[in-house]
Design a protein around this ligand. Structure first.
Ligand SMILES: Cc1cc2nc3c(=O)[nH]c(=O)nc-3n(C[C@H](O)[C@H](O)[C@H](O)COP(=O)(O)O)c2cc1C
Length: 165
C-alpha cells in the first residue's frame, strides 16, 4: 500500500517524532511511505493519507494542515484519510476534578474534540479513524512526561488503520 503522512508542526518536536514513528512502522511492514510537512507534500496517488497536526494557541489550524487540505481537497478526493491531533490538552475525563470555572475555560480553549473537528470538517470525506496524542511543551518535558511511552499506542493505531483497509 502507498501511504502519505502529512504532519503540521512549527517545531522539530512531538508531531515530527510521532510522524516518524508512523513512517518507520509502515515502512517496516513493507508499505511505501511518503512522510512530509504540508508545504513539501506533493504525492497524490496514495491509498491512505494520515494527516496530523500540532495544536498551538488553542488552534489546530496554525501549522499548515487546514491550508493543505483546502488546497488539495480535489487531489485527496475519496481516498481514505485518518487524522491525529498532537496537543497538551487532556481528555475531558481527566478534568473532572477541576472547579466549574476552570472546567468551562478548558472546554472552551483546551478542547481536543474541537481541535479535531476543526480539521476533520475540512476533509472531502469523513476520516476512517482519528486519534489524540500528547505532545510536550518544552524539550525537558519530553522525558518528564514520558512522551516515548506513547510509541506503542501510535503504532497500534497505525495497525488499526491497515486492518480497516
Ligand atoms: C506556543 C505553544 C502553544 C500551545 N498551545 C496549546 C493549546 O492551546 N492547546 C493545547 O492543547 N496544547 C497547546 N500546546 C501544546 C502543544 O500542542 C504541544 O506542545 C505539542 O507537542 C506541539 O507540537 P510540536 O511538539 O510538534 O510542536 C502549545 C504548545 C506551545 C509550544
Amino acid at each position: 500500500m502507498k501511504i502519505g503522512i502529512v504532519f503540521g508542526t512549527r517545531r522539530v518536536a512531538a508531531t515530527a517524532e510521532i510522524a516518524d514513528w508512523m513512517r518507520e512502522h509502515f515502512s517496516n511492514l513493507g508499505h511505501s511511505v511518503v512522510c512530509e510537512k504540508p508545504a513539501e507534500f506533493g504525492i497524490f496517488d496514495c491509498d491512505l493519507y494520515v494527516v496530523g497536526t500540532a495544536v498551538y494557541a488553542f488552534s489546530a489550524k496554525r501549522a499548515g494542515i487546514s491550508r493543505f487540505i483546502r488546497t488539495n481537497t480535489r487531489r485527496l478526493g475519496n481516498t481514505p484519510t485518518a487524522v491525529f491531533i498532537v496537543c497538551g490538552a487532556d481528555e475531558p475525563s481527566a478534568q473532572s476534578t477541576d472547579n466549574v470555572v476552570i472546567r468551562a475555560l478548558k472546554n472552551t480553549f483546551l478542547n481536543r474534540e474541537k481541535y479535531l473537528k476543526s480539521v476533520t470538517r475540512l476533509l472531502p470525506t469523513p476520516p476512517v479513524a482519528t486519534a489524540f496524542f500528547k505532545g510536550y511543551q518544552e524539550p525537558e518535558d519530553r522525558a518528564k512526561d514520558n512522551f516515548e511511552s506513547q510509541r506503542e499506542t501510535v503504532t497500534a493505531w497505525c495497525d488499526s488503520l491497515l486492518a480497516a483497509r
